[in-house]
Write a protein that binds this ligand. Structure first.
Ligand SMILES: Cc1cc2nc3c(=O)[nH]c(=O)nc-3n(C[C@H](O)[C@H](O)[C@H](O)COP(=O)(O)OP(=O)(O)OC[C@H]3O[C@@H](n4cnc5c(N)ncnc54)[C@H](O)[C@@H]3O)c2cc1C
Length: 414
């Protein structure tokens, strides 16, 4: 580690943090590594929590073992340990009241669910971010029970799908006029959301949740128009916020818009020798000509590795950029997206948006910038490469000629 003594300390023992310590050892770092995680569990995969894990029977998907971490990677692993402060002058962090010095620090604290402040907590009301959350939800869902999911984003959609698969009666409540507008744009968001109705889940749009019905345990969700949606279980999936509260007063600059840690292209924060990776980061993504914060698995894994290399070997540092990629599984179908939905035009180039197989492309400034696909696993990665190559729109269209039923213009609003 050039020019610095002291441990490589990673805060956040999940995907980005784990990939960071693995990369440090894989690349030959011989110094001390401390990995600090607030949860009691070894690092585990979150994507299955709203999918296979919610369907009874699946075991948690741990990403490493204690032996691998402590003995093979020689990591000082501190679980159930929460960092509460960063003191940049002393180059220490405070963890459960004790000071831990760092040579290089990597922040990978991810994100935590947003709350709905008007809603008092009641038994039967849950969020879904951690393994413990998922276990609570899984126990309560059963055939014939009534489940209301607040928020028709990806987590909400997957939760609705899993609950339906288990025989529950499911209602999905969405505040916006169309779901997934920010992630997919209106046209494609609506095509994806049509899956809910086709699979027997009622989707209520423009739903204004006012409160819960029930004394002790939840009995329903009250909407502003007076409707009460009966519910034995409520899952709230209204998005997440970067987990940065512990950094207050530390000098680590946050993005004024989304509250992520403001990083430069090398994933350095505003404090010397402090880097960040994963869902918590806002950074300039050169390949997309834009600054952004991502909340997806692939970015967290890639960024964790990249930030560790830049932190430990700054003499060979390289900027981090990526064509965003995420997937989401609903009702046995796979939805995938690459690039950005920030587009001036979108159109379906393959398949039928009313059916279970299609591809839609996104154009911005004459260039292909995004692609969404339902059940077209092989095509989507080719579009990811085309976006990275900055392929002109017209050329992208010719690479995969449209097939039945022909191209369907999505209009100028994505
Ligand atoms: C239910 C669910 C399903 C998902 N499905 C998909 C999917 O299908 N496809 C996809 O691309 N992405 C999916 N994701 C997103 C993906 O899992 C995340 O992008 C990824 O987990 C981010 O990794 P991370 O390491 O940056 O943060 P996180 O996984 O959020 O981990 C951060 C860790 O830091 C810990 N921490 C926070 N603050 C502190 C502190 N002060 N001190 C110590 N530790 C702290 C937290 O407890 C947590 O364990 C899903 C997420 C969820 C929740």
């Amino acid at each position: 580690m050039s020019g610095n003594r002291g441990a490589f300390v990673v805060v956040g023992a999940s995907l980005a943090g784990l990939r960071a310590v693995e990369a440090a050892r894989a690349e030959g770092y011989k110094g001390r590594i401390v990995l600090i995680g607030a949860e009691p569990h070894l690092p585990y995969d979150r994507p299955p929590l709203s999918k296979d894990y919610l369907l009874a029977g699946a075991a948690p998907d741990f990403l490493s073992t204690e032996t691998e971490l402590r003995e093979v990677l020689d990591v000082d692993l501190r679980l159930s340990s929460t960092a509460t402060a960063l003191n940049a002058d002393d180059r220490t962090i405070t963890v459960d009241g004790a000071e831990i010095p760092y040579g290089k620090l990597l922040i990978a604290t991810g994100a935590t669910p947003r709350r709905l402040p008007q809603l008092a907590p009641l038994r039967g009301v849950h969020e879904l971010r951690t393994l413990d959350d998922a276990e609570r939800v899984r126990k309560e869902i059963s055939a014939g029970c009534r489940v209301a999911v607040i928020g028709a984003g990806f987590i909400g959609a997957e939760t609705a799908s899993s609950a339906k698969h288990r025989g529950a009666d499911v209602v999905l409540l969405e505040a916006a006029e169309a779901p997934l507008v920010r992630a997919l744009g209106e046209t494609v968001g609506s095509a994806a959301s049509a899956l809910h109705e086709r699979n027997g889940v009622r989707l209520v749009l423009s739903a204004r949740v006012e409160g819960f019905v029930g004394q002790d345990a939840v009995r329903g969700v009250r909407l502003a128009d007076g409707e009460v949606v009966p519910a034995d279980v409520v899952v709230i999936g209204v998005g997440v916020a970067p987990a940065t509260k512990w950094l207050e007063g530390s000098g680590v600059e946050l993005h004024p818009g989304d509250g992520g840690i403001q990083c430069d292209p090398m994933l350095r924060t505003s404090v010397p020798d402090v880097y960040a990776a994963g869902d918590v980061v806002h950074w300039p993504n050169a390949i997309m000509d834009s600054t952004m914060r991502l909340e997806n698995w692939t970015n967290a894994a890639e960024m964790g590795r990249h930030a560790a290399r830049n932190a430990l070997w700054p003499e060979t540092e390289v900027p981090y950029s990526t064509v965003p990629y995420f997937w989401s599984d609903w009702y046995g179908q796979r939805l995938q997206f690459v690039g950005t939905a920030d587009a001036d035009h979108v159109e379906f180039v393959s398949g039928d948006p009313k059916a279970d197989r299609w591809v839609a492309l996104y154009r911005q400034g004459g260039r292909l910038v995004g692609a969404a696909a339902l059940n077209e696993r092989r095509k989507i990665m080719k579009y990811r490469r085309m976006i990275a190559e900055r392929l002109p729109w017209e050329e992208a269209l010719t690479r995969f000629p449209p097939d039945s039923p022909g191209r369907i213009a999505g209009g100028s609003t994505p």
